[in-house]
Design a protein around this ligand. Sequence first.
Ligand SMILES: [Zn+2]
Length: 316
Amino acid sequence: MFENFDEKYSSVTKLFKAMVEKNDNKVPNSLIFYGPDVFAQYNFAMLLARGANCTGDKTQNCDCQNCRWIKANEHPEVMTVSKINSKSEHDTTKTVISINQMNMIKDKLVISSDYHRFFIFCDAEERPFTKDEEAKYKNFAFLEQNFPKAEKENWVPLGLTKKSFTDLAANSLLKSIEEPPENVTFIFLSENAANIISTVVSRSQVFYIPGNSKQVFEYDFLTEILKNYPKIDVKMAVSLSDFLLKYSEENNKSMSEIIFSIQTYLKELLKQNSGNILLKKKILSDIENLQKANLMLKNSFKDIVAADEIAYILTK
Ligand SMILES: [Zn+2]
């Protein structure tokens, strides 16, 4: 399902692949994808839905019934939820994901299903693509089949905002997000995780999906090794240190550059979680300690000493 992606997505595809390939289904019940490219996020959400439901060989070309349905966006249990998707005819709201839609989902969950159900939350508009959107769309050539066909014009996925996904609507779904029936996954797409109410964020696994900009790629390599941050077991310190040394060698990056990438990554994480006081404290202290490690390097300590120090800072 996740083959043929370029390097920029290697960390997320590795993680998602592991989620769908374990025999005991490991796709979490709530996920948040954030980053600059909602087309990419939508694509990965659909691929996860395929991976979790596929009865074939789980490759992109698989033609099992679930894959066919999802590719045609006709799967009865894979729903895109937006202000213009999955609305009943009687629902007169036009600008928000409505309480009515939340109730519809809750009603659906009462009945059990043979499928792994997916609810993909995003904002959306029916209009032609802008140039920038066109480029993002073309990035995933096979997307064409995956996209919900709008009645007339193109369908443009957009990131959730507090305006389109109100706190009221989000909170009415909390219980379902927290304790869903088996094999149910909610995915929330947004440019910035701060656009999603913290009660949902704290119940979800949050993934950064890179976009096209180069700067963003600079810290993509950290997504996997820091996925448990700030709760990385201190036993992982040695392998973390080894990873950083190896990454530095293989990619011709100095330890100072790596420290800068980690600090940037942590700052981004801070932005996404500004409401979490404990995490904020930990991040700020780690950024400062990393700065000290950087000074050590300037005083010509060896890379290996700096890598150990970084690992120690991030795991304790
Ligand atoms: Zn399949």
